[in-house]
Design a protein around this ligand. Structure first.
Ligand code: IMP
Ligand code: MG
Length: 181
């Protein structure tokens, strides 16, 4: 069900996501062979990606979550990043993989990397389901990226528009009616 005049078009089907998540998890398993990895999910968008990813990683793992505000309720970034929920435990000396739903302007990621680096993890890498490089304002990049996508607003598989659509199995492009209609 979509609200009046909101249209969804499938961009990445669930089967393709599943396949790619497995491939990313195998890369992580290979890169950290014999070690433990600590996944940090950025709430709320990354929760579904993280849940699927961690179950395909064949290593000792632990997970934690962090929450930041950046976009408010709609589609446009305020440009301001604020920590809403901190980690539960220390990351000192751990192999940390920050798990994001999507890299867009890079403001959230550059803020989080700065905060996490200060806490002296052994290694710090980034896994992102999606990467939308067209809108980058900060020169950040993911170490493990699921899919590069064009400059469209997408929802599903954890990504929301005003908190809706996170439950869609596919990643879809959302088109909104023109302003003022
Ligand atoms: P950034 O700080 O601009 O890189 O934005 C990162 C956050 O903005 C993501 O973690 C998402 O929550 C949100 N975001 C960016 N692009 C999209 C999109 O196309 N759909 C839904 N959320 C998005
Ligand atoms: Mg969001």
């Amino acid at each position: 069900m979509t609200e009046k005049q909101e249209e969804l078009r499938i961009l990445i089907r669930h089967a393709a996501i599943e396949k790619r998540v497995k491939a990313v998890a195998h890369r992580i398993t290979r890169d950290f062979r014999g070690e433990r990895v600590h996944l940090i999910g950025v709430l709320k968008g990354a929760c579904i990606f993280l849940s699927d990813l961690v179950r395909e990683i064949n290593l000792e793992t632990s997970i934690d979550f962090i929450a930041v505000s950046s976009y408010g309720r709609g589609k446009d970034s305020s440009g301001q990043v604020r920590l809403l929920k901190d980690l539960d435990t220390s990351i000192k000396g751990l192999n940390v993989i920050l798990v994001e739903d999507i890299l867009d302007t890079g403001l959230t990621l550059s803020y989080l990397l700065r905060v996490l680096r200060q806490r002296k993890p052994k290694t710090l890498r980034v896994a992102a389901l999606l990467d939308k490089p067209a809108r980058r304002l900060k020169p950040v990049k993911g170490d493990y990226v699921g899919f590069m996508i064009p400059n469209d607003f997408v929802v599903g598989y954890g990504l929301d528009y005003a908190e809706r659509y996170r439950n869609l199995k596919d990643v879809c492009v959302l088109s909104l009616p023109p302003e003022g209609v």
